[in-house]
Design a protein around this ligand. Structure first.
Ligand code: AMP
Length: 315
């Protein structure tokens, strides 16, 4: 069975949501991505936690088929992030980022993870993402996420990383910032010239775009009545996306354009579950049959009953 190596933050978040304030919520890019991807494939996780991080969350990940051998416990406090959402949950501001144990972290990938054919470089310092790649043995596909914090502050390190990334997954604002163009398609072309063959642009509740050499592909986000907490939706999207591809590969399937398009749908479905509860709670209770049902609902969402043939319909 194909394995997936995930590196990223494992954190505590303080969240200010319209539904209330939540402190010390289990979070981090790698936590969300690993829980989401674990629905599809076995995971090797590489991250660092502080003395304050409870065993209970590691046990939860293990129960989901996540190998936590590569999670190092260091002296000090875990990574901390705080964010405030507006009343519509459509935008948020970062109130605080404390690297803590991440400041001195040197990733050490355990043997199983080094040879994993799929690698997800979750959102952490781009120099650390690069160090992880240096320890791997020729992965088939490298997916990376990043954010404004690093695009602003560590552009040079990011530029060094990008030629080694196959699929970059970022949100729309970050694409504009990195590609230095307001028009997302032009920004996408600029970013693909920096290295990644594929670019996925996440548009939150408005879905996601996939750019490659051909025409772009778009999939909507699944429309939900109750959205509680968008934190980690992007990481869950990335986890679902690459988890699905790992599964396809494990079953002998091709990782081609069509598979990448289906992976976008898998990512959207995992992202849609993540936002239904505070922190990663919904992902913890998520089962394969829930994912299957929503995938079917998603197919209905984008299905058109009869062929839309402009040639015969136009007068
Ligand atoms: P998302 O909502 O998908 O952007 O992911 C939010 C998660 O990313 C939170 O759980 C944070 O702990 C984590 N996070 C926020 N900022 C950073 C950063 N600069 N580096 C690594 N992880 C971060």
């Amino acid at each position: 069975m194909s394995r997936l190596l995930i590196v990223g933050s494992v954190a505590f978040d303080d969240l200010e949501l319209p539904s209330g304030d939540f402190k010390n919520v289990w979070g981090g890019s790698a936590s969300y991505a690993a829980l989401a991807a674990s629905l599809f494939a076995p995971i090797d996780l590489c991250a660092v936690i502080g003395e304050d991080f409870p065993e209970e969350h590691l046990a939860t990940m293990k129960a989901h088929g996540v190998d936590v051998t590569g999670v190092e416990r260091a002296k000090g406090r875990s990574f901390r992030w705080a964010g405030r959402y507006d009343a519509t949950l459509a935008s948020r501001v970062t109130l605080d980022t404390q690297l803590n144990v991440f400041a001195d972290f040197r990733p050490k990938i355990p043997a199983a993870g080094r040879s994993a054919p799929f690698v997800l470089l979750g959102n952490i310092h781009p120099a650390l993402q690069y160090e992880v790649l240096e320890q791997t043995t020729k992965p088939k596909l490298v997916i990376a996420d990043t954010m404004n914090f690093w695009i602003d502050g560590e552009r040079a390190a990011l530029m060094k990383l990008l030629p080694r990334v196959d699929v970059l997954v970022i949100n729309e604002e970050e694409a504009r910032q990195l590609g230095q163009h307001h028009n997302v398609s032009r920004a996408a072309a600029a970013i693909r010239a920096m290295g990644p063959k594929y670019l996925v642009v996440k548009r939150g509740e408005y879905g996601a775009l996939l750019y490659d050499d051909g025409a772009p592909f778009f999939a909507p986000a699944y429309p939900l009545e109750d959205v509680v907490d968008p934190t980690g939706a992007g990481d869950s999207f990335a986890g679902g996306f690459v988890g699905y591809l790992t599964r396809v590969d494990g079953q002998g399937g091709q990782i081609d354009r069509a598979a990448l398009r289906r992976a976008i749908v898998a990512g959207s479905v995992l992202g849609s579950f993540c936002v239904e509860d505070v922190g990663p709670q919904r992902l913890v209770t998520l089962r394969g049959d829930h994912v299957r049902d929503r995938l079917l609902a998603f197919k209905q969402l984008v299905h058109v009953e009869h062929e839309l043939d402009a040639l015969t319909l136009l007068r």
